[in-house]
Design a protein around this ligand. Structure first.
Ligand SMILES: [Zn+2]
Length: 417
């Protein structure tokens, strides 16, 4: 059995030869890759599909199975925006509709190498759907703990892959507690946040950019929640520099929703921000992470690249979604954060600029009929979640009532009677 070398970042102990813990059983510390990723241009295997061209960077042994659904090799589409040519990396075209598939492919391949037969997860979003798909592909029995109130296309997607859904009453944190209790009984907790085995998969995005562009991007803009993608791409770029293909690190611009922007606040205010770290509702649900586990590491990575964090006001997110859709990119609100960030930062960014579009719009339903594009920013209203609680309060020019459950999705909005 050969997997990437992993150590506890707190006590330095190496990953145990038996068991598949999600954190250090001795001190409770986080696991991370023990060494930088190593890219050898001579070992890139062009005969392999997608991310598997870079398999030699994954730390998997020759005999270990590659669990693949055709992830990676996503289109890089150039288009003129704000009077500049910008490249959009269409990660939403991955097999389950999000960038998570790059990480799930290496995570599940590693878990299989470790002997996992069953695993639990606690995401009702893209990570849960992606893990369920790759677990199905690997023949790993899979249980996903999700908040009882979570609904919509992603829940349906998770169930369709054959994962057993465990409904947990209460807020998101209750599902996280429940899954950790299950992990305490010895079941593998395949957490996309705790486990570091997905990072080599995310790094392939950086290698692909180099291969397609024939050079490095000068700047990359992407949404940030836990920061796994950012960390993976950053380490991939570092590997490109280390092996001599890139001369300088591209700047990484991390984008958060203003309603929940702990990395932006920590970077701006330092530890003081921890006192006032507040979380509000946001339709950018994929980046609603109040306490990113690897927050310090993610901030350090952004700093090393000469980049920074930006935030997007809630009322600007759907406008970004619409602007992207009008150029042919149909993404979910979390992905659409990049539009406002692009508008704000492009004047000071060097070419070429790459924007990562992380998740598909097919998984997000915010209105049963069309014309949402104009409704969303011309006639703001009141968004509700499935529990009927308001999520985004907008100006009262058009008054909307709290919606009752709509069968089609998570967010619904109806005119007041
Ligand atoms: Zn430890």
């Amino acid at each position: 059995m050969t997997i990437p070398p992993v150590t506890c970042i707190n006590c330095g102990r190496i990953y145990p030869a038996s068991g598949i813990p999600y954190c250090c059983p001795i001190c409770g510390g986080l696991y991370d890759l023990a060494e930088p990723l190593k890219l050898n241009p001579a070992r890139i295997d062009s005969s392999q599909p997608g991310i598997w061209r870079y398999r030699h960077t994954f730390g998997l042994g020759i005999i270990e199975k590659s669990i693949s659904l055709g992830e990676g090799n996503t289109p890089l589409i150039w288009t003129e925006v704000f009077n500049r040519q910008v490249a959009f990396k269409c990660e939403y075209q991955n097999p389950t509709g999000s960038f998570k598939d790059r990480g799930s492919a290496t995570l599940v391949s590693s878990l299989l190498a470790l002997g996992a037969l069953e695993a639990v997860e606690d995401s009702s979003g893209n990570a849960g759907a992606s893990f369920a798909a790759y677990a199905a592909r690997a023949g790993i029995r899979c249980r996903i703990f999700i908040p009882e109130a979570a609904s919509g296309p992603k829940r349906q997607q998770i169930a369709s892959y054959g994962a057993e859904i465990i409904d947990i009453p209460g807020p998101r944190m209750k599902a996280a507690e429940a899954v950790r209790q299950a992990a305490d009984t010895g079941i593998t907790y395949a957490s996309h946040a705790y486990m570091p085995f997905n990072i080599p998969g995310y790094a392939t995005l950086a290698y692909e950019l180099y291969d397609i562009l024939g050079c490095g991007p000068a700047a990359i803009i992407m949404p940030v929640g836990q920061g796994g993608l950012l960390l993976g791409v950053g380490r991939g770029l570092q590997a490109l520099v280390k092996c001599g293909l890139l001369r300088v690190m591209p700047k990484i611009i991390g984008v958060q929703a203003k309603a929940c922007a702990p990395l932006w606040e920590l970077d701006r205010l330092g530890p003081l921000s921890l006192v006032s770290n507040e979380e509000e509702e946001t339709i950018a649900e994929g980046v609603r992470v109040r306490c990113p586990l690897r927050g310090d590491t993610v901030i350090q990575m952004v700093k090393k690249t000469g980049g920074w964090f930006v935030v997007v006001e809630e009322t600007r997110i759907l406008r970004g979604r619409d602007q992207l859709a009008q150029r042919g990119f149909y993404v979910e609100p979390t992905s659409a954060l990049v539009w406002q960030a692009l508008e704000d930062t492009l004047p000071v960014l060097p070419d070429p600029v790459v924007v990562v579009l992380t998740g598909s719009g097919f998984k997000f339903v915010d209105h049963p009929v069309s014309s949402q594009a104009s409704l969303s920013h011309n006639h703001p209203g009141l968004f509700c979640n499935m529990a009927g609680q308001p999520t985004v309060q907008c100006p009262p020019r058009a008054r909307f009532a709290i919606a009752k459950t709509h069968p089609a999705g998570l967010l619904v909005r109806v005119p007041a009677g």
